[in-house]
Design a binder for this molecule. Structure first.
Ligand code: NAD
Ligand code: TYD
Length: 341
């Protein structure tokens, strides 16, 4: 099987590519990636010399790039997206462009040939904030950030191609991932690397927002199951059932990094900050026999070790584009009235 992995130079896509090439000798993978700030060639270093791997530098919004990258591919798995909620609050343009229109371009090319599966990677954030209970696949979508709204647009568009043209689409909605190679703008790698450097940990609001933390390998294993058992028209939640408040995550990170609690700063909240996400994962368990196997403290230990062992990877990022972003994003928050608490 030849698979087009879009966004394969990012966090989850690169983990998926490594796992798939290592575990499935008959799979060939073409990665199409624009290499935005979040996409890095070095994330794919391990597979660079594998004859079953090919890298194409290009944009999913560009029909010509998509057409040549998709040639001879049986399946597409679309990870390509703008992914950071805070950046979407600053400027939604690239989110709508890639996360909605990019999906349209991929779908249009996909349906020109007979292919087996278009797997659209979506997120639990499309359900919006869930104060109580667990979201199931039939629940109403109620996205509340420009990121979540764009992801909802992308997956609805994908599913509309199934309804309208019979395009074999599957959508997965995963909870918060963490693990090696995650760009340090996200909570866990940001706090781990700041803690390792003795820098402040900016905890938004009261720090009591809750997320369900899914180790990236568990997510990738679920996606391999979906690839191997394609059921067009399905939507699957993929979560770990491991809810922690941001304060609890912070405590575990401080412990893993051997850092002091004095580094924690309660800062101004994120606008529209979703309080909680939680998924009912019964469907993928029943249909595909998947469930997450990595307990959060264990996954966090592996992740902390990876960041400790791979300082050059994140120091390069933090001293480049990210440094500028961090200054703009956190300078005022850390200096503001709530910044000192
Ligand atoms: P990421 O930000 O680390 O990587 C995104 C990748 O997409 C990068 O390599 C980037 O260069 C590429 N990209 C962006 N725009 C592109 C374009 N126009 N054309 C081609 N490539 C482009 O993201 P991630 O955390 O690995 O997330 C991957 C997917 O999983 C996304 O669709 C995201 O919405 C979804 N998801 C992520 C999480 C999470 O916790 N990280 C949870 C659920 C779902
Ligand atoms: P994040 O990793 O951005 O993922 P998402 O917002 O997509 O769930 O944030 C996870 C949680 O951590 C979220 O409740 C916001 C919070 N957070 C902080 O408190 N401080 C930070 O610096 C960041 C990046 C996130």
């Amino acid at each position: 099987m030849r698979i087009l992995v879009t966004g394969g130079a990012g966090f989850i896509g690169s983990n998926f590519t490594r796992m798939a090439l290592a575990g499935r000798p008959s799979w060939r993978i073409t990665v199409l990636d624009k290499l935005t700030y979040a996409g890095r060639r070095e994330n794919l270093e391990e597979v660079e010399n594998d004859p079953r791997f090919e890298f194409v530098h290009g944009d999913i919004c560009d029909p010509n790039a998509v057409s040549s990258a998709m040639r001879d591919c049986d399946a597409v798995i679309n990870f390509a997206a703008e992914t950071h909620v805070d950046r979407s609050i600053d400027d939604a343009f690239s989110f709508v462009r890639t996360d909605v229109d990019g999906v349209r371009v991929l779908l249009e090319e996909f349906r020109k040939e007979r292919r087996t599966l278009f797997l659209q990677i979506s997120t639990d954030e499309v359900y919006g904030s869930v104060e109580k209970g667990w979201s199931s696949e039939e629940d109403r979508l109620s996205p509340r950030s420009p990121y979540a709204a764009s992801k909802a647009g992308g997956e609805l568009l994908a599913m509309s191609y199934w309804t309208t043209y019979g395009t074999p689409v599957v959508v997965t909605r995963a909870s918060n991932n963490y693990g090696p190679f995650q760009y340090p703008e996200k909570l866990i790698p940001l706090f781990l690397t700041n803690a390792m450097d003795g820098q402040p940990l900016p905890l938004y609001g009261d720090g009591m927002n809750r997320r369900d933390w899914l180790f990236v390998d568990d997510h990738c294993r679920a996606l391999m199951k979906v690839m191997e058992n394609p059921r067009p028209g399905r939507v699957y939640n993929i979560g770990a059932g491991q809810e922690y408040t941001n304060r609890e995550v912070t405590e575990l990170i401080l412990e893993a990094a051997g850092a002091s609690r004095d580094l924690v700063r309660l800062v101004e909240d994120r606008p529209g900050h979703d309080r909680r996400y939680a998924l009912d994962v019964g469907l993928i368990g029943r249909e595909l026999g998947w469930r997450a196997g990595t307990p959060f403290p264990e996954g966090l230990r592996i992740t902390a070790q990876w960041y400790a062992d791979n300082r050059p990877w994140w120091e390069t990022i933090k001293s480049g584009e990210f440094g500028e972003y961090y200054g703009k994003m956190y300078g005022r928050r850390l200096a503001g009235p709530e910044g000192g608490r």
